[in-house]
Design a protein around this ligand. Structure first.
Ligand code: APR
Length: 253
């Protein structure tokens, strides 16, 4: 059971939020946990404690069982469409609006809760589960719209048989270069990095805290449990996104 955050650390991070010219926030699955979306590595409830990522989050797994993988993502997509942004998402978007030019949000999440909370410029490192793309480049060099290939689980191009896949980054795949560049740039320039709801288990996202610290930023982690990057933090605030972000980011002071 996570203990309450240290009030001295909380006050110190709040002071740095107030003074920061640039705040970079890196979020992980824990950011959406209070919206009812399962994380990956929480003991017992995490997705990877029930499902095999090699089967469900790899190109090989998709090629081997396309319908099984497509259906799993379809089920997750439905859950994400029903989910609502939580107080943490809303606090981030409100802070960004009240402090123009200060906030950059970089997420590992593939849901759209930051965007639906009012922060459309969120940098997506691991793609968008609500979007789809072709599994391979078109063998005929055509640029057909995957959304038009509506038939099948997964949908398949009627002309060349190409499969439609979720537009997310699977294990072993490269992250979108522009997103990585933007995230690295924000991590190097920020005065304060808030790391919210990530186990720090997956790189290069997990390396952004080190990038920020090495560039001179202060680093604070918001997480009810230990993470693999706690050592990169000047402060570790033991608590959840929806309970800690509103008081940390409230600009009505
Ligand atoms: N508020 C804040 N943090 C929370 C909350 C919460 N309400 N609930 C859980 N957490 C924390 C957990 O303690 C854990 O440290 O969120 C973290 C979630 O870790 P993971 O499940 O590993 O998710 P994440 O770090 O985002 O995983 C990174 O791995 O499988 C890939 O592509 C997937 O983007 C994902 C990446």
């Amino acid at each position: 059971m996570a203990e309450a955050p240290d009030p001295v650390a909380l006050a110190a991070v709040r002071a740095h939020v107030d003074a920061a010219r640039r705040v970079c926030v890196l979020t992980g699955a824990g950011m959406s946990a209070e919206s009812g979306i399962a994380t990956f590595r929480d003991p017992a409830t995490g997705l990877w404690s029930k499902f095999d990522p090699a089967v469900l989050a790899s190109v090989e797994g998709f090629r081997a069982q396309p319908q099984h993988v497509w259906d799993w993502y379809a089920q997750r997509r439905e859950g994400m469409r029903r989910a609502r942004p939580n107080a943490g998402h809303l606090a981030l978007a409100a802070f960004g609006r009240q402090r123009p030019g200060v906030l950059t949000v970089v997420t590992q999440n593939v849901d759209d809760l930051h965007q639906r909370a009012g922060w459309p410029e969120t940098i997506r490192l691991h793609g968008d589960i609500l979007a789809a793309r072709w599994l391979t480049p078109c063998p005929r060099g055509k640029a057909c719209d995957p959304a038009a290939a509506a038939v099948g689980r997964p949908p398949r191009c009627a002309e060349c048989g190409n499969l439609v896949r979720p537009d997310v980054v699977w294990f072993g795949e490269m992250l979108p270069e522009r997103a990585v560049d933007a995230a690295e740039h924000a991590a190097r320039r920020c005065d304060l990095m808030l790391v919210v709801g990530t186990s720090g288990a997956v790189w290069p996202a997990a390396g952004l805290a080190h990038t920020a610290r090495r560039a001179g930023a202060r680093v604070a982690i918001v997480n009810p449990d230990d993470s693999e990057i706690d050592d990169e933090a000047h402060w570790v605030l033991r608590g959840t996104a929806a309970t800690l972000l509103p008081p940390l980011l409230d600009t009505r002071r």
